[in-house]
Design a protein around this ligand. Structure first.
Ligand SMILES: *Cc1c(COP(=O)(O)O)cnc(C)c1O
Length: 360
């Protein structure tokens, strides 16, 4: 069996140990005689799986008791709608648009209320994070929305915006559990797990209890109300049971790795290997402002589309896959999520160096 170095932006590489464990339990989970996929979500065994997953996540992120953890479906995209439907009390929200995901979230929110753009980096193809220290936050804004790590463009908020006392709602899909976060700074944090935490099909929302209310936008479907999911322990209906089980295994793996401080150090080390090379390379260069660089997603170009394509092709043949950049940016993108080993980045840089010598 040959595993490749998978630099996909998502669905993305998962820890090999987790996949092996899941494979070993596929036919018989802990003596039940059945796999987790075949198991009732109302069983004691499954209740234990979801409870353990939540407890481990709470421990990893140090989630205070007044925040609920919800395991939801519909991808990050459904949150683009659920957030305004559930959180707009005054019908007003402010969006900081730093990429395609925030842009889509803003567009969706406009269906449900007044969604303002208070800052944007679209003028330079989202290659930086705007100064958010003194934005024209609306007096009556129900929340301020950000996409904390911009998967496509490779930028990250290293400083959270000054929301002037308003609630902060953050899409952390592509930086989830890559480093510690102070949950108390947010009203709500959410992420699709397929970038850094598990298989596609699960979204985790961490939401302050007082924001979970009955008085949502009239007509909000039952399934789109946070309260329904909170009141039913994420099991109002059949949850994405197998996906949650895998997330639980990733949480255990993260704990074994030393938790999120250790993960941060690991991720900083990996990213530095690639960024240092990009900064010294004559052929390759990074596309975003240095101060705003993401630890997770690293876009880069040669400046020549043909050479980019040649690189992607040769890299793939050498076992470095999914390096093609998003169609809106072009070039290349290497995603360095938690499960990407340091060795994968070292070998990639070695390969890039060789390519540079041959094509420079
Ligand atoms: C991938 C991604 C999304 C979209 O996720 P879906 O699960 O496909 O809806 C949204 N936000 C961010 C930051 C992402 O990386």
């Amino acid at each position: 069996m040959a595993r490749v170095y998978n630099f996909s932006a998502g669905p993305a590489v998962l820890p090999e140990e987790v996949l092996r464990e899941a494979a070993a339990e596929m036919l018989d989970y802990q003596g039940t005689g059945m796999g987790v996929m075949e198991m009732s979500h109302r069983s004691k065994t499954y209740q234990n799986i979801i409870d353990t997953a939540e407890a481990d996540l709470r421990e990893l992120l140090n989630i205070p008791d007044n925040y609920k953890v919800l395991f939801l479906q519909g991808g990050a995209h459904l949150q683009f709608a659920m957030i305004p439907m559930n959180l707009m009390k005054n019908g007003v929200a402010d969006y900081i648009v730093t990429g395609q995901w925030a842009k889509k979230a803003h567009k969706e929110a406009q269906k449900y209320g007044k969604a303002n753009v208070v800052a944007s980096s679209e003028d330079k193809t989202f290659s930086y994070i705007p100064d958010c220290s003194d934005l024209p936050i609306s007096e009556d804004a129900d929340y301020v929305y950000i996409c904390e790590n911009n998967t496509i463009y490779g930028t990250k908020f290293h400083t959270l915006p000054n929301t002037k006392g308003k609630l902060l709602v953050s899409d952390v899909s592509s930086c989830f559990l890559s480093e510690p976060m102070d949950v108390t700074k947010y009203g709500m944090i959410y992420g699709g797990v397929q970038k850094n935490v598990g298989p596609a099909g699960v979204v985790i929302a961490i939401i302050r209890e007082d924001l979970i209310r009955e008085d949502v936008l009239p007509g909000t479907p039952t399934m789109l109300q946070y309260k329904i999911h909170a009141d039913n322990g994420s099991m109002y209906n059949t949850p994405p049971a197998y996906g949650i089980y895998i997330c639980g295994k990733v949480f255990k793996w993260l704990k074994n790795m030393g938790g999120l401080e250790a993960m941060k150090a690991h991720n900083e080390k990996k990213a530095a290997i690639l960024y240092d090379f990009l900064d010294s390379s004559k052929l390759f260069k990074g596309t975003v402002e240095k101060k705003d660089r993401s630890l997770m997603n690293v876009p880069f170009v040669t400046g020549n589309a043909e050479l980019d394509a040649k690189f992607v092709k040769e890299a793939e043949a050498a076992g470095f896959v999914n390096l093609k950049g998003h169609r809106s940016v072009g070039g290349m993108r290497a995603s360095l999520y938690n499960a990407m080993p340091i060795e994968g980045v070292e070998k990639l840089v070695e390969f890039m160096r060789k390519f540079e010598q041959e094509n420079g």
